[in-house]
Design a protein around this ligand. Structure first.
Ligand code: BDR
Ligand code: CA
Length: 319
């Protein structure tokens, strides 16, 4: 069993990723940590509680950060994910309460209790993980791996989606991201380099609706708002596959090509949120100790294999 902590700012593609995890036989979701991002922390926590109940996920929900580590105040992309983060479908108010422990402490406690066993799948801002590192500096040696949806390195021509050089999850808290990338944690980055290479067409959502029961109907309903946004921007009713791609890496890493390199994040100025990767140059005056801490960066993906895996896993929910 792959034991995971899901760190998420539940919006539309996060919800798709959560159902991917839930219906994958080999995954045990130990906890869900909410974070601000696609919507406010209050909203994303309600979304997690709602989905937990609707799909009998039975994971404890911990509420995480409401703001980035930096001084910037979060802005919520309601034009992408809807005001409630889930495409503005009706969500009941009586969804219960999160656990009383904070999200960062919950990450630390779980990993301390199961050293070397737990993978964090992080598909939102990296604030919760950075706060966990502050609470427990030895976390990098205790976590099995962290799979991050975030960043863009220019592979396949992809550099950014919220600025010419920055991806949303990293741009939302660049200081937290740089702290995580220089921590020495075993990291795999699933960035725009690959997530923009995988596309779900409108017909893909129709097929999920027809063949994946309640989960398919749910994904179909929440994704209409997401498809509207992408149609406005690109003139075509289809969308990229961001957060579910991080789950696909957890389940089938062989469908991705990767390189090993050190990652740093630009934390200030017009390029804030830019992710830069490189390897030691051999010039001791230039190379810094952080360059010895390498991440695995996804540079290519078998898009058809990923789309089949997602469909197959979701369709298995009705058997
Ligand atoms: C990322 O930003 C969020 O809007 C999505 O949920 C995804 O995690 C893509 O840049
Ligand atoms: Ca997300």
């Amino acid at each position: 069993m792959k034991q995971i902590i899901f760190d998420t700012d539940i919006g539309i593609d996060d919800a798709m990723a959560l159902l991917f995890l839930h219906f994958a036989n080999e995954v045990e979701i130990l906890s869900i940590i909410s974070g601000y991002g696609n919507a406010s922390i209050e909203r994303t926590t309600v979304n997690a509680l709602y989905m937990n109940k609707l799909f009998n996920i039975n994971a404890p929900i911990f509420s995480g950060a409401s703001n980035p580590l930096g001084e910037n105040t979060p802005e919520f992309p309601d034009f992408v994910h809807g005001i409630n983060g889930l495409g503005d479908i009706d969500i009941p108010e009586d969804v219960g309460q999160p656990e009383s422990l904070g999200g960062a402490q919950a990450i630390v406690d779980a990993i301390r209790q199961n050293p070397g066993k737990i993978t964090i799948v992080s598909v939102g801002r990296l604030t919760n993980v950075a706060l966990a590192l502050n609470l427990c500096p030895e976390l990098p040696a205790l976590v099995k791996e962290i799979i991050i949806m975030g960043g863009a390195f220019g592979f396949n021509g992809h550099y950014g989606n919220v600025s010419p050089v920055a991806e949303a999850n990293i741009a939302g808290d660049p200081k937290a991201a740089d702290l995580v990338f220089t921590s020495g944690m075993p990291i795999t980055v699933v960035g725009l380099d690959v997530t923009l290479e995988v596309t779900m067409e409108e017909t893909y959502f129709d097929a999920l609706r027809a063949e994946a029961g309640l989960a398919g109907e749910f994904i179909y309903r929440i994704s209409q708002c997401y498809l509207d946004f992408h149609e406005r921007v690109h003139g075509h009713r289809s969308c990229p596959v961001h957060d579910p791609s991080a789950v696909a890496y957890l389940l089938q890493p062989q469908i991705f090509g990767t390189i090993d390199a050190s990652v740093r994040v630009v934390t200030e100025g017009d390029a804030a949120g830019q992710t830069i990767c490189g390897n030691p140059t051999g010039h001791s005056e230039i190379d810094t100790p952080t360059l010895s801490k390498t991440s695995k960066i996804c540079t290519s993906v078998d898009a058809d294999a990923l789309l089949h895996l997602y469909h197959r896993t979701l369709a298995s929910s009705v058997n």
